[in-house]
Structure formats: structure tokens, C-alpha cells
Design a protein around this ligand. Structure first.
Ligand code: BTN
Length: 255
């Protein structure tokens, strides 16, 4: 498999992302290996791919089920402080565009970073970074895609899962899929590094906006209308009481 990824690197016309791809048949989590590499000043854009993960993780410490046949990768980035919040947009959009290139339509982003096809979750993005006094020392963007099997967050009983093979009616070539994701990520990340914002692109693909949602926060559950996002990407929810809340973290479910 490493050979196939090395060949992919030779064919990828990318500037920053995927100039080096490290494949491991089994890892606990690609996030840990990518973080270790980043702390050792690994080249920016290096991608860590796992055949499968035994301890894949999602947002909020949830377990991310990543059996063989699914896509588990992490990308090492060294963004500026202003760019870190948009890395999640970069990840979500690159997966969304790659899914569309497979000929699968009806995909969108559920705020902030779940990729849904027809309301079912096919992919999740996790960003972990280290901020120090002088700025961002590194950021790792983890991408999990239910490609040929498996169902992602087993704990998530609220969002039903799906996978690409089921949606497309045939197995997906994981090396090709990784190539598409890396290529799209590279284009988006280059724009980000050039000082452009991805907010409008991401906003336009949010299936959450205009929908009635349930927001789960530490303090409890609230219902309201997801009206918009602000410049920081936070969700603006108009509650039934007329009050508008700004949601920066927490789970948001479509009604
Ligand atoms: C989520 O939806 O909660 C985010 C899921 C992110 C899963 C990916 S799989 C590759 C990388 N390694 C991990 O352990 N997690 C991310």
C-alpha cells in the first residue's frame, strides 16, 4: 500500500499538501503519529494514513470507528493564528468536493464539520492544534470517511451513518479518494495561506442554515432556528423565546 501512496505522491500536482504520505497498516490514531511528527518539525503537508485505527477519535472524545476499507488520515499543517479556525472548513470542503467528484450528489455540511449525504453522516473532521505564546506550533487535520464499510461514530444514535460504497453502488478506490481529498485540501489551504477566507464557500454548503435545530450544550438542550453563522464560523440560533444565541461548541441536531 505504501508503494501505491508513493506513486500517488509522484502524480499529485500539489504545492503543499501530500508531498509526503506515510502509510501504516494499523495505528491507534493517525492524530497521534501526525502530532509526533509535527513536534519533530516534519514537512508541512505530510499526510499520515492508516489502513485501520484501533483508537480512532472524534470530536468531544468520542470513539471513531475506523475499520479497514474506510479512510483515516491526518494532515500536518503550520497555519498562522488567523487561519486555524478555518482549517475545519478546509477539511470539510475538501471532503465534500471529493465526494461530489465521485458523482455523489446530495452531500452537504452539517455545522460545523460533519459531511452528510441525504441527512446521513459519511465523514467527520477533527482539528487538533497547539497554540503557544508565539503563535500556532502545529495543527493536525484528521479526516475520517466511511468509504467501503463501517459506520463512523458508533455512539451517535442521533445521526444515522452511511458510506460511499453504499451511496455509489460500488467499492471506492481508497488511494484515488485520498488523492482527491489531498488535491482539494491543497487548493483550499493555499488560498487560506494566501490570506483568503473560506467562510463564504463553507457557509454556502451548510445544510444546517434555515433549519430547526436542537442544540445540546453543557447547560442543557435548546430548540431554535439556525439562522446564520458569524465571521468566526459560530452558529447563530434564534430560540423560540426570541433570544439569539451564538453556538461555538456543542452538538447541533437537525429537526
Ligand atoms: C468527528 O466527526 O467527530 C470527527 C471524526 C474524525 C475521525 C478522523 S479518522 C482520521 C483521524 N484520526 C483519528 O483518530 N480521528 C480522525
Amino acid at each position: 500500500m505504501q508503494d501505491k501512496f508513493s506513486q500517488l505522491v509522484r502524480n499529485l500536482p500539489t504545492k503543499i499538501i501530500g508531498r509526503k504520505i506515510c502509510y501504516y497498516p494499523l495505528l491507534f490514531s493517525t492524530m497521534d503519529i501526525a502530532r509526533e511528527k509535527a513536534l519533530n518539525q516534519e514537512e508541512e503537508g505530510t499526510v499520515v494514513v492508516a489502513g485501520h485505527q484501533s483508537g480512532g477519535r472524534g470530536r468531544k472524545g468520542r470513539h471513531w470507528h475506523s475499520p479497514e476499507g474506510n479512510m483515516s488520515l491526518s494532515i500536518i499543517c503550520y497555519p498562522g493564528e488567523a487561519q486555524v479556525t478555518e482549517l475545519i472548513m478546509c477539511g470539510a470542503l475538501s471532503v465534500l468536493y471529493s465526494i461530489e467528484e465521485l458523482g455523489i450528489n446530495k452531500a452537504g455540511i452539517k455545522w460545523p464539520n460533519d459531511i452528510l449525504i441525504d441527512g446521513k453522516k459519511v465523514s467527520g473532521i477533527l482539528v487538533e492544534s497547539q497554540i503557544v505564546a508565539g503563535g500556532v506550533s502545529y495543527a493536525v487535520v484528521g479526516i475520517g470517511i466511511n468509504a467501503n464499510t463501517g459506520i463512523g461514530n458508533l455512539e451517535s444514535s442521533v445521526i444515522l451513518p452511511t458510506n460511499l460504497a453504499g451511496e455509489k453502488g460500488q467499492q471506492v478506490d481508497l488511494v484515488r479518494l485520498a488523492g482527491e481529498v489531498i488535491l482539494n485540501f491543497d487548493l483550499l489551504y493555499t488560498r487560506l495561506k494566501d490570506g483568503e477566507s473560506l467562510l463564504d464557500d463553507w457557509r454556502s454548503r451548510l445544510v444546517t442554515l434555515g433549519r430547526n435545530v436542537t442544540v445540546e450544550r453543557g447547560s442543557g438542550t435548546m430548540k431554535g432556528l439556525a439562522r446564520d453563522v458569524n465571521a468566526d464560523g459560530n452558529l447563530l440560533v434564534l430560540l423560540e423565546s426570541g433570544e439569539e444565541i451564538v453556538v461555538s461548541a456543542g452538538d447541533v441536531y437537525l429537526e
